[in-house]
Design a protein around this ligand. Structure first.
Ligand SMILES: Cc1cc2nc3c(=O)[nH]c(=O)nc-3n(C[C@H](O)[C@H](O)[C@H](O)COP(=O)(O)OP(=O)(O)OC[C@H]3O[C@@H](n4cnc5c(N)ncnc54)[C@H](O)[C@@H]3O)c2cc1C
Length: 501
């Protein structure tokens, strides 16, 4: 009955688990377990406590039908909650369609992916493209299970990224589009600003900050008209064999067997960047070009979202934090020390110095603002005004609790990912690094943590950066007064803002 998540850091232990095959079965289970807590799971690819289950677990993998329709002249797809993204893409391809955006991998279920605001690079998160969600909830008067379709207003914005709190998602209706091709090539840059300057030309790009070398390797990407090419197939095999397999084997060898920080640093300065073939533009279908096989090797991951105007400063902070945690005597700037003091983290930082050597490229992806209440890239509620000096000032309540700083409603977010391959049991330095990273970046840069990844912050900090969290809480309470679709962590999240004076 118990199941581990992908990262083997969360053990899901329900008292009973069901895999219903029809919507009627879901309703029957809800009625049978009236009064008990219900949580759902997708493919357990989250690392956060969002997966914890107390009583009943529903695995919706059997609800996976895919049906395309025209809606106001545009194609939309109705997809069963448990359908994996890769199956959805394959079914859409047969109908000459595809999704507007995909994440790094396609293993997730569609309901699981939208529940935590899963995103790719250069466009909105998947949640943003949801036009309706069908959920099973309890009738607030009779308590009997019923189906409800959410398709407009703030309820829809809440359902687009709901952490599983609005009820059992049965199916999702999403925008889709005609298939398109993406051209991709690698180039290396010294400075983040130079990579960002290439965004106009390559709007779908992402880049990797290479630890210890501290350059940026950009994966330039743009939509092109041309058909997929044979060269594109060869390129994808090169990318798969070199990065998804060889680079990972080498990093596992470094981390699990060699274990020398000096060899790790040398490898990132000299060897790993040498694997990158630069300036080789190759064209392939978006559903293949935009994803990698990052799920082949078990790992731990955290991800922080900062607004564009904070990115440069945040990256410099990350560089100095990683350098000083990896090398006890690495010099840091007075500005960095002042930042550490500002967040009262000197003791935490001193303890970490020389104990944690980061060993994976740090991926940075642009996410356009989402029309959601609480996905990490939501800008709703962040209202900006320009004063006489041309400065933006946030007027959102979040600015009171945590320093969102200047903001614009159209400003994109940048997701910065930190990946770790230490075997479980030797995770402590990474866990301590993540705790310091999240705490300091939250307070210094208003960084939001990915709901589905490692996020060991106090619940009040996790929710404080979402101006619309109270609206989200009210919608959850209105739809489910009995609060049965919650677990301990989500209960604390929902209660966090209420404790404030
Ligand atoms: C290797 C790897 C790569 C990743 N790459 C990316 C990436 O590129 N971008 C990104 O943003 N994230 C990424 N993630 C994170 C991942 O996309 C999210 O954590 C996602 O939520 C996992 O989907 P899942 O189907 O496994 O759902 P689960 O992890 O099983 O569940 C997630 C949440 O969804 C809820 N849920 C699931 N099904 C239902 C339902 N039917 N009704 C109600 N609630 C439901 C669960 O209760 C839970 O709260 C990655 C994760 C891994 C392991």
């Amino acid at each position: 009955m118990s199941r581990w998540n992908f990262g083997h850091n969360v053990l899901v232990q329900p008292s009973v688990c069901y895999t219903p095959a029809t919507e009627a079965e879901v309703l029957e289970i809800l009625d049978r377990h009236r009064g008990q807590r219900i949580r759902c799971c997708g493919r357990l690819h989250s690392w956060s406590p969002v997966l914890q289950t107390e009583d009943v677990l529903l695995d919706l993998r059997e609800l996976r039908d895919v049906r395309v329709e025209q809606h106001a002249g545009e194609p939309v797809v109705h997809v069963g909650a448990g359908c994996q993204v890769k199956r959805l893409l394959a079914e859409l391809e047969q109908q000459q369609l595809t999704l507007p955006s995909v994440g790094f991998i396609t293993e997730q279920s569609i309901a699981g992916a939208i529940a935590t605001g899963t995103h790719g690079s250069g466009r909105h998160s998947l949640s943003h493209y949801v036009v309706a969600v069908r959920v099973a909830i309890d009738n607030p008067e009779t308590g009997a299970a019923q189906i409800c379709e959410i398709n407009s207003g703030d309820e829809l914005r809440a359902a687009r990224c709901s952490l599983g709190l609005l009820g059992v998602v049965l199916s999702v209706t999403m925008q889709c589009r005609t298939p398109y091709c993406v051209e991709e090539q690698f180039r290396e840059y010294r400075h983040v600003r130079d990579v960002l300057a290439a965004e106009d030309e390559f709007p779908l790009q992402q880049f990797y900050l290479i630890p210890w070398r501290w350059s940026c390797i950009a994966q330039h990407r743009r939509e092109v008209d041309g058909p997929p090419t044979l060269l594109g197939v060869i390129y994808r095999w090169y990318r798969f064999l070199t990065f998804d397999v060889l680079m990972h084997w080498y990093i596992l060898l470094l981390v699990h067997i060699i274990g020398s920080p000096a060899v790790i640093r040398f490898s990132f300065r000299r060897l790993i960047p040498a694997l990158v073939v630069r300036n080789w533009p190759a064209v392939g279908p978006s559903s293949k070009q935009m994803v990698m096989e990052h799920e082949l090797f078990r790992h731990g991951e955290t991800e922080l979202f900062v607004q564009r105007h904070r990115l440069d400063e945040a990256i410099e902070y990350v560089r100095q934090l990683i350098t000083s945690c990896g090398e006890a005597d690495a010099p840091v700037t007075p500005e960095f020390e002042a930042q550490i003091d500002r967040v009262n983290a000197r003791e935490q930082w001193q303890m970490l110095r020389g104990t944690y050597c980061h060993h994976f490229p740090i991926c940075v992806r642009k996410v356009l603002p989402d029309d959601t209440l609480i996905s990490m890239a939501s800008n709703i509620g962040i209202v900006a005004s320009i004063d006489g000096g041309g400065e933006f000032h946030a007027e959102s309540p979040a600015a009171v609790h945590a320093p969102m700083g200047p903001a614009s409603p159209t400003e994109p977010w940048y997701a910065i990912t930190f990946t770790n391959y230490h075997p479980r049991g030797s995770h402590l330095p990474f866990d301590q690094f993540v705790a310091l990273l999240l705490h300091s970046m939250h307070h210094l840069f208003g960084a939001r943590a990915h709901w589905g990844k490692l996020c060991p912050l106090p619940v009040a900090d996790l929710t404080a950066l979402y101006p619309e969290f109270s609206k989200f809480r009210a919608i959850v309470a209105g739809m489910n007064p009995a609060a049965r679709f919650q677990n301990q962590w989500t209960r604390e999240l929902l209660e966090s803002g209420l404790r404030e004076p």
